[in-house]
Write a protein that binds this ligand. Structure first.
Ligand code: GDP
Ligand code: IMO
Ligand code: MG
Length: 430
């Protein structure tokens, strides 16, 4: 059976958690392959809302094995809190597997994340402050600490010493903060070792043998294409690769085993944190989208910046990820507008761009060129087929489909598990 990759097509919060949950019952393994607890994925089941930050959204689905892949950065305190929170609500986490190769977020990573942002001043990224960037920096710089190091206290101490050596100079001399002792970090980490040990596995081996056994493996991206460190709006990005290629690296599943790549796409656009956003609205329409769409961050509670749908970005996202299908979410939020604009191209200093501009300077100067479609007023949350939708909503969806370069396999018309229009199966029949 194939592996399926699910990727956010915009700047995050497209509703990936909901789509994962929808696929959940047909999926045997649900894998996070990058990011950490900067993510916030909401799953609504029978009116009950669950927010997961570090665990894959598939943890909510009974029978699905949640896996934290090698590409994820793990804050062990957050992980154990999230496990406890779910267990207290009756969700079993017994099946959870964690890659021995995943890197650990230490308290000094969050400290450095926050002080770096403060020193950037008006150029700050608006990170979630969870230590994500500094942990990936240590990984690439080869001074990271991995989950497997928790089980070898001698090695753990050596690695923490190596990691703190430079950092303490930086913290003391540049940022004017107190030095961090090796003991406090090592002792802190070792407190989690016993609780984590039974869940730690060679997850690449587990996933590949599951695929050999005809199991369905869903590789669930956090963040999104435009936040990708290589393909997003650098430097206003996260420090990992949410795009489809990152799924292979972050899980140890090779590209030939991937059969489908599903883009999750909001019917309008949102962004949290700083960085360019051509279709951003600063008016009553933007406030309306925020209010009706509930556009407040699941992780930091920050109001999300809101704007119209941007087809240039969707088309770019299709190219970067090789999407085979799209799942369009939150179409219901667009009810109640006289007309609904779609950004079809950019004007960059007087020149029309139908594709994503090559440079960030041009992207910062991009002004949206809109096409205007008729709006609709009906509440569409009860629609369960394409034909149930008002004609204007049908036309909006069809126009998006023409512009974005891959077919729409499903449409979200509300946060609930059943509030969906299924158009084509995303998980191939066994
Ligand atoms: P993720 O980070 O991509 O998983 O998305 P978030 O959970 O951060 O944000 C998406 C929000 O939209 C959540 O509150 C979901 O419950 C909600 N949601 C998802 N799909 C739909 C939909 O089709 N309609 C509406 N109204 N809300 C949705
Ligand atoms: P989900 O998975 C939206 C943004 C932050 C900031 C930038 C870098 O819920 O879609 P970081 O803490 O990662 O170094 O911050 O990335 N960001 C997200 N925005 N949804 C997310 O996750 C995000 N995770 C990070 O706001 O602009
Ligand atoms: Mg989110």
């Amino acid at each position: 059976m194939p592996a399926i990759v699910l990727v956010g097509a915009q700047w995050g919060d497209e509703g990936k958690g909901k789509v994962t949950d929808l696929l959940g019952s047909s999926v045997d393994y649900c894998v996070r392959y990058q990011g950490g607890n900067n993510a916030g994925h909401t799953v609504v089941v029978d009116g009950e809302s669950y927010a997961v930050h570090l665990l894959p959204s598939g943890v909510i689905t009974p029978g699905c094995v949640p896996v934290i892949g090698n590409g994820v950065v793990v804050d062990p305190a957050v992980l154990l809190d999230e496990i406890a929170m779910l267990e207290a609500r009756g969700v079993s986490t017994d099946r959870l597997l964690i890659s021995a190769n995943a890197h650990l977020i230490a308290p000094y990573h969050a400290t450095i994340d926050k002080v770096t942002e403060r020193f950037l001043g008006k150029n700050q990224i608006g990170t979630t402050g969870r230590g994500i960037g500094p942990t990936y920096a240590d990984k690439v710089n080869r001074v990271g600490v991995r989950v497997q190091d928790l089980f070898d206290p001698g090695i753990l101490r050596q690695k923490v010493e190596g990691a703190l050596d430079q950092k303490n100079h930086l913290l003391l001399k540049v940022y004017n903060r107190r030095a961090i002792t090796v003991n406090e970090i090592v002792d802190g980490f070792l407190r989690y070792a016993d609780a984590l040990r039974p869940k730690v596995a060679d997850t690449s081996a587990v996933l590949n043998s599951a695929l050999d056994d005809n199991k369905v493996v869903l590789l669930e991206g956090a963040q999104a294409t435009m936040l990708d460190v290589d393909h997003g709006t650098y430097p206003f990005v996260t420090s990992s690769n949410p795009t489809a290629g990152g799924a292979c690296i972050g899980s140890g599943v090779g590209p030939t085993r991937i059969d489908r790549v599903v883009g999750v796409l909001k019917a309008y656009t949102t962004r949290v944190g700083a960085g360019p956003f051509p279709t951003e609205l600063h008016d009553a329409d933007g406030q309306h989208l925020r209010k009706v769409g509930g556009e407040y961050g699941v992780t930091t509670g920050r109001p999300r910046r809101c704007g119209w749908f941007d087809a240039v970005i969707a088309k770019y996202s299709t190219r970067i990820n090789g999407f085979t299908d799209y799942f369009l979410t939150k179409l219901d939020v667009l009810s109640g507008f006289e007309r609904v604009p779609i950004c079809v191209a950019y004007d960059v200093d007087g020149v029309r761009h139908d594709e994503m501009p090559m440079t960030q300077t041009d992207f910062h100067h991009a002004r949206p060129i809109f096409e205007y479609l008729d709006g609709w007023w009906e509440d569409i949350s009860g629609c369960r087929s394409f034909e149930d939708l008002p004609k204007a909503a049908q036309a909006y969806m069809k126009r998006l489909e023409e512009l974005i370069g891959a077919p729409v396999a499903g449409v979200g018309v509300g946060p609930g598990r059943d509030e969906v229009i299924a158009i084509r199966e995303l998980v191939p029949a066994a």
